[in-house]
Write a protein that binds this ligand. Structure first.
Ligand code: NAD
Length: 272
């Protein structure tokens, strides 16, 4: 039976970057269902329809600010908002991300730098900004505060024409291990772990599939969904809520002895 009614994140404050859609939104929804207060950030303006509609649906325990993860100034504004509104931060989900595909010799340096800025600098800046607050906030719990960095199966294995995304997600994996060891050895009250999703049905994946269709690799997007499902032992793609389950576990006291771990949620794709 589901334990959602136990609200086991009551009294915790979470920040989720890239929270207006896909995996980030599913994580925010799960944390709210577990009783946490959640601050979401994304690129959409605060008075845009996606932001207003989503916030109206998520309710009073959620708040939103427009913040670009590549901007240190935006992270400082996010920290001020969290401090003023909640006075603490226990859970940071560095989720915002983008992709880039193509033969390595065709990748533009600007495009390479952009994916590194969002996927890698964004994780670094979020961590750097919130660590002092999270160390203070985490002292109240045996498991401390929790940083959850969203990497990918593409941060574990290479894939043709995905080298830039591979490099960015591999960096997230080892950055997470580095800070995990650093915090633990310094007796700081913060754990850090990475999540490695497989193929998840989100706007990002749909946009990627559409690009493959445009290049003539498939007739329609749904063919690619079927192809990727066929390469996955479980035989289907993931729903974002199935990644949120792992993000809930890593945020909760159930994972109090886990730091520096990589949690793979891929329907068996990398087990083959
Ligand atoms: N969908 C998948 O199959 C999959 C698999 C493995 C890993 N991931 C990772 O999961 C994370 C979420 O992906 P998703 O599939 O939900 O993507 P998505 O595009 O559906 O959602 C990502 C959100 O991040 C936001 N974002 C992008 N750049 C940003 C920036 N500079 N600042 C702030 N917000 C920004 C977008 O506006 C969007 O709302 C990403 O890090 C992605 O690499 C996704």
């Amino acid at each position: 039976m589901s334990d959602v009614s136990a609200q086991r994140l009551k009294g915790r404050v979470a920040f989720v970057s890239g929270g207006l859609r896909g995996i980030g939104l599913a994580v925010a929804e799960r944390y709210l269902a577990e009783g946490a207060e959640v601050v979401l950030s994304d690129l959409d303006a605060e008075d845009s329809a996606p932001a207003r509609d989503t916030m109206a649906r998520l309710g009073q325990a959620a708040s939103y600010l427009r913040a670009d993860v590549t901007s240190e100034d935006d992270w400082l504004r996010a920290r001020d908002l969290v401090k003023d509104r909640h006075g603490a931060l226990h859970i940071l989900v560095n989720n915002a991300g983008t992709d880039l595909t193509g033969p390595v010799e065709t990748l533009a340096l600007d495009a390479w730098r952009k994916i590194m800025a969002i996927n890698v600098d964004g994780v670094f800046l979020g961590t750097k900004t919130f660590v002092p607050m999270m160390d203070d906030s985490g002292k109240a719990f045996r498991g401390g505060s929790s940083i959850i960095n969203i990497s990918s199966i593409m941060g574990l294995v290479g894939y043709s024409e995905v080298s830039a995304y591979n490099a960015s997600k591999g960096a997230v994996r080892l950055f997470t291990k580095g800070i995990a060891v650093e915090f633990a050895q310094k007796k700081m009250a913060i754990r850090a772990n990475s999540i490695h999703p497989g193929f998840v049905l989100t706007p990002l994946l749909n946009a990627g599939f559409q690009r493959w269709v445009d290049k003539g690799f498939a007739e329609k997007s749904s063919d690619l969904v079927e192809t990727m499902a066929a390469t996955t032992p479980i035989g289907r793609l993931a729903d974002p809520s199935e990644i949120a389950g792992a993000a809930y576990f890593l945020a909760s006291e159930d994972s109090s002895y886990m730091t520096g771990s990589e949690v793979v949620v891929d329907g068996g794709w990398t087990a083959q």
